[in-house]
Design a protein around this ligand. Structure first.
Ligand code: 13P
Length: 249
């Protein structure tokens, strides 16, 4: 299983930032891991044109559960695919918090993504209060139970889980390697329980303050098959070394 270096640009990026994509593609013509950028939806089609023929893939940051309809401001999985995306993030903690997305909504979005032929990257993660209360594994277990389809009706590689502790996002703080390894081992066990042996082939990403300086250490944790990177994915000079570290891990 190849590692996946995924960048989540969140609500950042305008046309001048397309230069970052060009630099990334030029610096990594034949990467040893898969590379995915999830820019704002406004840039997907232009990035897809620029990335054509390269190893770089594109993704959305969210999708609606429906294919079409009267949902002003929303975007469907089909639309993302049509714009050139192959992946979509669903259930990011910022959407769960800002838009009140429940596990049931995240599940519906993941199903919409899979039906549209996109790889669904389902995010889970505990808050600091939940962690301090010793509830991390309970919270992750409940989010996995509620946000994932009951059966794996797709290739295992089409469903990716991103573990992003909420308190580690954008804070510069990260769990220890042992803590990352423990959560990832727990997630793998839950997925094996639920989906059987194919779950061995599902990628588990870590996200939260991944930087060039801590990438190699985090990627050495067991059951880490890639990263979902926020701030450090915005500049090719920062994301490039993370891609390289994942290529070596
Ligand atoms: P940072 O890498 O900026 O902490 O963000 C992580 C994240 O939320 C990626 O989805």
């Amino acid at each position: 299983m190849r590692n996946l270096a995924a960048g989540n640009w969140k609500m950042n990026g305008v046309s001048t930032d397309l230069a970052q994509l060009r630099a990334l593609v030029e610096a990594h013509p034949a990467p040893n891991c898969d590379i995915l950028l999830c820019p704002p939806a406004t840039l997907i089609a232009r990035m897809a044109d620029l990335a054509a023929g390269s190893a770089l893939m594109l993704g959305g940051q969210d999708c609606h559960k429906d294919e079409t309809g009267a949902h002003t401001g929303d975007i469907s999985a089909q639309m993302l695919k049509d714009a050139g995306a192959s992946h979509v993030i669903v259930g990011h903690s910022e959407r769960r918090a800002d838009h009140g997305e429940s596990d049931a909504i995240v599940l519906a979005k993941a199903q919409a993504a899979l039906s549209a032929g996109l790889v669904a990257i389902v995010c889970v993660g505990e808050t600091e209060a939940q962690r301090d209360a010793g509830r991390t594994l309970d919270v992750i277990g409940a989010q996995l139970a509620g946000s994932l389809p009951a059966q794996l009706d797709c290739a295992p590689s089409d469903l990716v889980i991103a573990y992003e502790p909420v308190w580690a996002i954008g804070t510069g703080r990260t769990p220890t390697i042992d803590e990352v390894g423990a959560v990832h081992a727990f997630m793998r066990a839950k997925l094996l329980d639920r989906f059987g042996e194919p779950a061995q082939e599902m990628r588990l990403l870590y996200g939260g303050s991944v930087k060039p300086s801590n990438a190699a250490e985090i990627f050495a944790a067991p059951e880490v098959n890639g990263a979902l990177v926020g701030g450090a994915s915005l500049k090719a000079d920062d994301f490039g070394p993370i891609v390289a570290a994942l290529g070596r891990a």
